[in-house]
Design a protein around this ligand. Structure first.
Ligand code: PNW
Length: 489
């Protein structure tokens, strides 16, 4: 593919036509970038702020039977009748495994300097543990070399839900702490072999979703509906896996390798920004994330969490808690929407959660309620509650209908509206000193959206799932302009 070194005009021309809003701007390097006013929603981010995009292995790679990859729980799940709304699977997905060079050019065309991707555990250890598969790791070697050649810094997630099926079969996956230990061994191996080029690792993507959807309501792989005590134990095992992986990366990565979680914290927003509601939202943040960020950052479960769990509380040792709270270098936060609007209350908890009115808007995905202020409050709460010094926004974005207009362009104005408002709130946070140092937009391109199959598109690039052709949406132009404007700020 001839995607190398695209000028803005060529970038617009990827669709075979010019994209309004891009064609009107300076078209080549002869026109000074600083003719673009340094103002607007996205100006004024701190120097060195990192702009990137994000993906995950199972959602984009395809090539599920290639080069010795073993099956993952998502292969099994997606091939089980009735699990995926459009009856699809990710056997081919976007075919990134073969098209990764083209995809690195898509990132480069945005001007993005960072890329968050995940490593497929079953490519590296087809049986989950034991003998590694060098051909599987080689794919990531090729990807890393391509990123490096194009000046894009890699941020690798170690686990984005594609557990080797062999571990599910052998000991019940995350229901057993054997999974936490196997995860640490895999993390050690990856850190040892890739930390010459990967300086930043995320441990587990969204512990909360993998526990709740995978083991609570059964909507995600492995499709379990466990009892409360079973779910609490999975939650503990997953947190333990995070902590053991932190230690493994430290022990086996090169000096200076940095590591942290990538969590979608339960977001608690003051319904009205009064000091009392803000304090209540902080208390709620700590309690409603008790099994995740709170235990990772405090090394204990809150009294309220244990009291509520009662006889269903997880089984653990004091040693587990110190492993789970192993020091991390940063917190990654996936920020999509407000989970709760909080009001201060004179009750035992100190807060109430306001019910959402039926008329509250949502994006194309019914679950995705836009609340741009979430992007301000979540990192602010995390920094304040736990004195966190470095935060990455590891995901933020929205799905849309993304239908081409008669002129062929995808005018995804809803996505641009969403991003513009969230980035305004992110800028509010950084301007007040909330230590967010980078932002990864989800996603680089449309992909396999878990149980929604290909029905929810989150990409800046549209993917035709028949031809695998990538086409920039108007939001790709928006993001490119955002990055360019901040590079000169
Ligand atoms: C994240 N919610 O999932 C995942 O990390 C991605 O793999 C996924 O593609 C992306 O967001 C878009 O869905 C989430 O209900 C799914 O709040 C649902 C929620 C949050 C995150």
């Amino acid at each position: 593919m001839a995607f190398k070194g695209l000028s803005r005009r060529q970038f617009a021309g990827l669709t075979g036509r010019s994209i309004p809003g891009i064609s009107a701007l300076s078209a080549g390097s002869s026109q000074p970038e600083d003719s673009v006013p340094k103002r607007g929603t996205s100006s004024g981010f701190p120097n060195g702020f990192l702009w990137g995009t994000a993906t995950s292995s199972y959602q984009i790679e395809g090539a599920v039977n290639e080069d010795g990859r073993g099956p993952s729980i998502w292969d099994r799940f997606a091939h089980t009748r009735g699990t995926i709304s459009d009856h699809s699977n990710a056997d081919t997905a976007t075919d990134h495994y073969h098209l990764y060079k083209q995809d690195v050019q898509l990132m480069k065309a945005l001007g993005a300097k960072a890329y968050r991707f995940s490593i497929a555990w079953p490519r590296v250890f087809p049986e989950g543990a034991g003998t590694p598969n060098p051909k599987g790791l080689d794919f990531y070697n090729r990807l890393l070399d391509e990123l490096s050649a194009n000046g894009i810094e890699p941020f690798a997630t170690l686990y984005h839900w594609d557990l080797p099926q062999a571990l599910q079969d052998r000991f019940g996956g995350w229901t057993s702490r054997d999974a936490s230990k196997a995860f640490a061994d895999y993390a050690a191996y990856v850190a040892k072999h890739l930390s010459d080029r990967v300086k930043h690792f995320f441990t587990i993507n969204e512990c909360s979703r993998l526990v709740h959807l995978g083991h609570g309501i059964g909507a995600d792989a492995p499709g379990l509906k466990l009892s409360p005590s079973g779910q609490n134990q999975v939650r503990h095992n997953v947190a333990l896996g995070h902590g053991l992986a932190v230690q493994a990366v430290r022990a086996h990565g090169r000096a200076g390798t940095r590591v942290g979680p990538a969590e979608n914290a339960v977001s608690c927003i003051p319904a009205i920004e009064t000091p009392a509601n803000i304090r209540a939202a902080e208390i709620a943040t700590r309690e409603l994330n008790a099994g995740y960020l709170t235990v990772m950052l405090e090394g204990k479960y809150t009294d309220a969490y244990l009291a509520q769990a009662g006889k269903d509380a997880p089984k653990y040792t004091a040693e587990d808690l110190s492993v789970i709270s192993s020091p991390i270098d940063f917190v990654g936060l996936n920020v999509y929407m407000p989970d709760h609007y909080v009001i201060a209350a004179d009750n035992e908890r100190g807060f109430t959660l306001a019910p959402f009115p039926a008329s509250f808007p949502h994006m194309k995905a019914a679950w995705l309620r836009p609340g741009p202020e979430t992007m301000y409050w979540v990192p602010r709460h995390v920094a304040k509650l736990w004195n966190v010094k470095s935060i990455y926004i590891t995901e933020n974005g929205t799905s849309g209908t993304d239908q081409p207009a008669p002129d062929g362009t995808i005018y995804d104005l809803d996505r641009i509206m969403y991003l513009r408002n969230y980035l305004t709130q992110l800028q509010r946070a950084t301007s007040e000193g909330v230590p967010v140092i980078g932002y990864f937009l989800w996603g680089l391109m449309d992909n396999f959206e878990w149980s929604d199959g290909y029905e929810q598109r989150f990409g800046l690039y549209h993917v035709d799932f028949h031809t695998r052709r990538r086409t920039p949406k108007l939001s790709a132009s928006f993001y490119r302009e955002t990055i360019a404007r901040n590079a000169v700020a």
